[in-house]
Design a protein around this ligand. Structure first.
Ligand code: NAP
Ligand code: ZN
Length: 345
């Protein structure tokens, strides 16, 4: 069946109206009428070919909320009318050591929501569209307490920050979130809700009031003289969400002697790190979104703790402009596309 969408025909094209094919639900599938889709910086890296060649024509978007329209015969958890979400993944083998642990994001046969090849050899197309068909396992329940628009960004920004914070944070720990963007502003709230003493390390002081209102007890800007010197050896954990290359060594030096820095930012270019900064016994770790069980756990946690994305709702014809504003750090703090504006229903 055809659905209205906004997509890209090349790495330099604007985001333009199009129509894409969605499969009729198979036995284990859920067909979802999309209500909202967040704009993640990964959508921009992908659409612009910054991580390698995209499979154009391409519709991106992996922060999806909506309502179930229909379900296949074997679907147990969902029924028409249910409030649901879809994140960065739509398929995996279901059998490997990672899938068995609920770490589907590491499956060698994992299929991402867009720009992947699905089991039928088609390029997966994402959430800047009005409908999507997804296997039940990769569909999540949106708790009633979470509004569909403010909830959409949790499907990527929420789980990407929740996963490493859950892994490391103990109440009272000193945690710094680097970059107050889409990921960072959710990360600050989650870390504070876990009982951490949270600092924001941004490039500028311009978002200080917001950082403190989101739950941070301190806010620093690297453009201010002496910031790195002042923060040396201060933090138990640093979570970096920066979308560009940056001075990673200086952040590592802000860890205490046994601290851990988790990097989730994915700049397109390689970065230099002065590896001696990891001595005495610091840890540098990566993290990739989160698995399916952890995604539902995160949604329930956010519902209970009042963690929500701060959003600016936009229409389909504003997406091209919104991408530029995200790159310039002008979004406060996540653009969310109203799917009703992508074409006639
Ligand atoms: P975003 O909303 O653009 O936020 C990124 C933040 O990085 C900005 O708000 C800014 O914070 C800082 N920044 C921007 N430009 C910069 C520059 N030139 N130099 C240094 N810092 C800069 O992006 P996002 O959606 O949160 O995503 C952040 C990164 O995480 C992207 O690279 C994205 O692809 C990646 N990501 C990874 C995963 C994963 O699973 N690992 C999942 C989702 C996204 P300040 O203004 O406060 O400095
Ligand atoms: Zn994302």
């Amino acid at each position: 069946m055809l659905t209205h969408a906004y997509g890209f025909v090349s790495s330099t094209s604007p985001c333009s109206p199009t129509q894409i094919e969605r499969r009729e639900p198979g036995p284990k599938d859920v067909l979802i009428d999309i209500a909202y889709c967040g704009i993640c910086h990964s959508d921009i890296h992908t659409a612009r070919g910054e991580w390698g060649k995209g499979h154009y024509p391409l519709v991106v978007g992996h922060e999806i909320t909506g309502t179930v329209r229909a379900v296949g015969a074997d679907v147990k958890a969902y029924k028409p009318g249910d409030r649901v979400g879809v994140g960065c993944m739509v398929d995996s083998c279901g059998e490997c050591e990672y899938c068995a642990q609920g770490l589907e994001q590491f499956c060698d046969h994992g299929i991402f929501t867009y720009n992947s090849r699905d089991q039928w050899g088609q390029t997966t197309q994402g959430g800047y569209s009005q409908a999507i068909t997804v296997q039940e396992h990769f569909v999540f329940s949106i708790p009633d307490a979470i509004a569909m628009d403010e909830g959409a960004p949790l499907l990527c920004a929420g789980v990407t920050t929740y996963s490493p914070l859950k892994r490391w944070v103990q109440p009272g720990m000193k945690v710094a979130i680097v970059g107050l963007g889409g990921l960072g502003h959710v990360g600050v709230q989650i870390a504070a809700a876990m009982g951490a003493d949270v600092s924001v390390i941004s490039h500028t002081m311009s978002k200080q009031a917001d950082g403190l209102a989101l739950g941070a007890s301190a806010y620093y800007a690297t453009e201010e003289e002496g910031t790195f010197k002042r923060l040396a050896n201060q933090f138990d954990m640093i979570l970096s969400t920066v979308s560009s290359t940056d001075d990673y060594t200086s952040y590592i030096n802000c860890l205490n002697k046994t601290g851990v820095m988790v990097n989730v930012g994915m700049p397109a270019s390689p970065v230099d790190i002065y590896i001696r900064a990891l001595s005495p016994r610091r840890t540098l770790q990566g993290s990739l979104i989160g698995g399916c069980p952890e995604t539902q756990e995160m949604l329930d946690f956010c519902a209970e703790k009042g963690v929500r994305a701060r959003i600016e709702t936009i229409t389909g014809d504003q997406i091209t402009d919104a991408f530029d504003k995200v790159v310039r750090s002008q979004v406060r703090y996540r653009y969310v596309i109203d799917a009703n504006t992508l074409g006639q229903r």
